[in-house]
Design a protein around this ligand. Sequence first.
Ligand SMILES: [Zn+2]
Length: 67
Amino acid sequence: MATPKSRVSHSRTHKRKSEWIGGLSAPETTACPHCGEVIRNYTACGECGYYRGRKVLKGASESEKEA
Ligand SMILES: [Zn+2]
């Protein structure tokens, strides 16, 4: 197994990660098809609790009543 030749400092690690994670810290967002709230892709809406046309979250606000 390969072994690191020398210890990498916190500074160097964090500098590298800041570049790398920086690209990941801005997730794609989309509008909730149910209530129009801006949500992250592939996540349930925090406002209405809907994901892909189905209510998946219990704790979300019950502003709209299902028929
Ligand atoms: Zn919603």
